[in-house]
Design a protein around this ligand. Structure first.
Ligand code: 5HM
Length: 167
């Protein structure tokens, strides 16, 4: 699967981090979720940037003076931004959502079924291309997320509308 430049589709994967840290980094439940997402995306041929993985699941945390510009560059260069806004909300992920939408990136956002969303995230569709995917604790199948990423990068034919067919 390639992007418009013929390279691999690059995905930025964000989500709650600091709030999930225990004495030995993220616990296995939290880690499993990100690992399953990464695995699905990489199996589909995507290149995934994950600060959670890069920082060894919280055991090798970078200071703000380093991770901020690394994350900004990764959001700037991604083809699709995928994130879990978090409930409770992840402050860092919300900064990244702001960057991604301002940079014109398509967003795939994952929420729990009862996930609260702030007003500017509820209204994000008015300024950015957003897909919402619901997930549950313990879920391991993220093919819907992959499908959104592929669709947003033009890899899956979307049925034409009646108006398009008629023209
Ligand atoms: O506020 P919170 O830690 O939940 O923010 C998470 C987001 O900030 C992640 O998507 C990650 O990309 C970024 N982040 C990071 O890259 C956050 C921290 C803070 O622990 C970090 N590196 N060390």
């Amino acid at each position: 699967m390639t992007n418009v430049d013929g390279g691999r589709i690059s995905v930025f994967l964000g989500g709650p981090f600091e709030g999930l840290l225990g004495p030995d980094g993220m616990d296995s439940g939290a880690r499993d979720l990100y690992q399953a997402l990464i695995e699905h995306l990489e199996s589909a041929g995507c290149e995934v940037f994950s600060a959670h993985r890069n920082e060894d699941w919280g055991r090798a945390l970078l200071p703000p003076s380093e991770c901020t510009s690394i994350d900004f560059d990764a959001v700037s260069s991604c083809d699709v931004f995928v994130a879990i806004p978090g409930d409770p909300a992840s402050l860092g992920t919300h900064v990244e959502i702001g960057w991604a939408s301002a940079l014109g990136k398509p967003l795939v956002l994952l929420t729990g079924s009862a996930g609260a969303r702030c007003a500017l995230v509820r209204g994000l569709e008015t300024v950015a291309a957003v897909d919402w995917v619901t997930f549950e604790a313990g879920q391991t199948d993220f093919s819907e997320v992959v499908a959104c990423v592929l669709r947003r990068t033009g890899h899956v034919a979307t049925p034409r509308t009646r108006a398009e067919r008629a023209s």
